[in-house]
Design a protein around this ligand. Structure first.
Ligand code: BEZ
Length: 583
């Protein structure tokens, strides 16, 4: 299956050009920037007139990687030989999990730090019965050459050690067939050499039942946080193999977990700690984390039918428009809402239902981190796949639990009929063995309404707000400074230059250091983190813009107020299109 309809070879085969662009300096001793040398993804200067390159075409993926979906099978040519993907999934005994993660290209900086991180964490993954398999759209030979660079960044000297392997296979998807089929290609990240879209950083955690349990899609410039992936794996082990519990937002191994709402109260008579909430409902219960055996069998999960949606969760896709509410003033369209928000980016979090314990901890997290989002000029939208009548009550519960006396301060959408969830591809979902619910989804949407980043976590695994802020900072640093964040990067740490930054421009960054590598290629270019206001300042709830100035939703019709979780509305004419409760 092809994905690069717009591809035109300029003068030489694209790969050859790319290799030339990456070739070491003829004088490796000199670190002086050479303005005549093309930057990594730039086409070399050519006197021949190159015909204009048509826009990049990316075929929609055939497979929609919803949570709970059975992972497709495909042939993999890898650094460990050729095999079918399903036979790889079956390599481990019945309890084995698999992490499949893609990389934009070999010999690129962020990818190198990610592979090095994964080899360092080999034992951690092994202890959790997780086998790894990477994917990059280059050849097996290139993967093997790149492996030497990766190992060198871990200070493994190739002269004195036999270590030549990463410890896991890398798929060589030269034709981009697999990346295209799995929806990994990011049309916003174009390789300047061959003019085709590169794969984003897609990551899937696949259960022993071959079903997808976690999907994250980060852009090429945002390195993944493998500590966060290990945290989600711990949550999956507990929530998919043991009793029916969820792990709250920001949970870490060893901390209390939350029984599902359908678990009878008397199941935890002695142990459950309960937090009272204004609605009077008894769902905010905590129990100690169950002790897990090292070998866990996954609970059987119900088969779910894929929801029908044209929207594929892939980076660069235009976020769909839909009706999200109706008031006396008329129907509100989602794109109109996005236009009215002042943030440069918008975070939209979708929750499976109101009064869900894990979702409540996330709503509390949103309230807590709202000032941090505003400082970064990021707007927030919430959506719950539940009725509008109880949404206001649920928001009040979360406001009360978070100790805030404010309203949510951001728009909340009710989607009781799951119409929007289906449009957003959040169905099929993880059924958690008992009930079909949409997956929890987090989308970061750009000013141009394209999808910039997405996370689909299982219903039972709460998000991590530190990770959300980390990836937002990465997106902002890329946009403002052309910087990329290495694997597990944390705020204020040193950063990598995007390969698209030329040598001349690279020299303008603070404390540029080019790491030498066995390949001789100069792509690991480290620089200091720029002074970003919010890294230095304490966040105050009112800064820099107050709520009203930030998100003026005018005219505030009563129906809209209801949707925003304020006082229940008496006006029977006010209605919400999303949940179908009409006048
Ligand atoms: C990277 O791995 O650093 C990278 C790859 C492609 C585009 C941007 C960054």
């Amino acid at each position: 299956m092809g994905c690069c309809g717009g591809k035109k070879a300029p003068k030489k085969p694209p790969q050859q050009l790319h290799d030339e662009a990456l070739a070491p300096d003829p004088d490796p001793g000199s670190k002086e920037p050479d303005p005549s040398t093309p930057h990594l993804f730039e086409e070399p200067d050519t006197t021949e007139i190159v015909p204009p390159v048509p826009p990049v075409q990316v075929n929609p993926p055939d497979f929609r990687i919803g949570l709970g979906a059975l992972f497709p099978d495909f042939e993999c040519r890898t650094t460990d030989g050729t095999f079918s993907f399903h036979s790889f999934l079956e390599r481990q005994s019945h309890y084995g999990w698999t992490m499949l993660f893609s990389h934009p290209k070999d010999f690129t900086p962020v990818c190198t730090t990610e592979l090095a991180m994964c080899t360092s964490l080999a034992e951690e993954f092994q202890r959790r019965s997780v086998q790894l398999i990477g994917l990059s759209c280059d050849s097996v030979d290139q993967h093997k050459g790149w492996t030497k660079d990766v190992l060198a960044t871990k200070n493994v000297d190739p002269e004195t050690t036999d270590e030549e392997e990463l410890g896991f296979p890398l798929i060589a998807d030269e034709t981009r067939e697999i990346a295209s089929m799995l929806g990994m290609l990011d049309p916003l990240e174009i390789c300047n050499v061959d003019r085709i879209a590169m794969p984003a950083r897609a990551l899937f955690l696949i259960g022993p039942d071959k079903r997808n349990r976690l999907t994250i899609l980060y852009p090429a410039t945002t390195g993944r946080n493998f500590s966060e992936v290990l945290r989600v794996i711990d949550s999956l082990h507990i929530t998919h193999c043991g009793p029916e519990v969820g792990t709250p937002a920001d949970w870490h191994f060893g901390e209390d977990v939350m029984p599902a709402t359908n678990v009878a109260e008397d199941a935890f008579v002695d142990k459950a700690k309960e937090k009272p909430v204004p609605s009077g409902r008894r769902y905010m219960r905590h129990i100690p984390q169950p002790i897990m055996d090292s070998v866990q069998k996954i609970r059987p999960h119900a088969e779910v039918q894929p929801g029908d949606s044209d929207f594929r969760i892939k980076l660069g896709a235009k976020f769909p428009d839909f009706d999200w509410s109706a008031t006396k003033q008329g129907i509100n369209r989602f794109h109109h809402l996005l236009d009215r928000l002042k943030g440069d980016l918008t975070v939209m979090i979708c929750w499976p239902r109101n009064f869900d314990p894990v979702a409540t901890t996330e709503l509390m997290g949103c309230l807590k981190f709202l000032p941090d989002l505003r400082q970064r000029r990021v707007s927030m939208i919430g959506m719950s796949c539940d009725g509008v009548e109880s949404l206001g009550q649920w928001v009040k519960d979360a406001v009360s639990l978070s100790g805030s006396d404010e309203d949510s301060g951001f728009t909340m959408i009710a989607d009781r009929n799951l119409n929007i969830a289906a449009t957003l591809g959040l169905l099929p979902s993880d059924t958690a063995g008992h009930e079909t619910c949409p997956a929890r989804g987090l989308f970061v949407i750009g000013k141009d309404k394209t999808l910039r980043l997405s996370m689909q976590y299982p219903m039972t695994t709460g998000l991590n707000f530190a990770e959300i802020l980390r990836v937002l900072d990465s997106l902002i640093l890329t946009k403002d400074f052309k910087l990329a964040t290495p694997a597990n990067w944390q705020q204020r740490q040193r950063l990598l230059l995007d390969p698209k930054v030329s040598k001349t421009d690279a020299s303008k960054f603070d404390n540029l250091a080019i790491q030498s590598l066995p390949s001789g290629k100069e792509y690991l270019r480290w620089v200091d983190c720029p002074k970003v206001k919010w890294f230095e300042e304490e966040v105050s709830p009112a800064s820099p813009l107050d709520v009203e100035e930030w998100e003026p939703l005018s005219p505030p019709g009563k129906g809209q107020q209801e949707i925003r979780g304020k006082e229940p509305v008496e006006d029977k004419d006010a209605w919400c299109l999303s949940c179908g409760c009409g006048p």
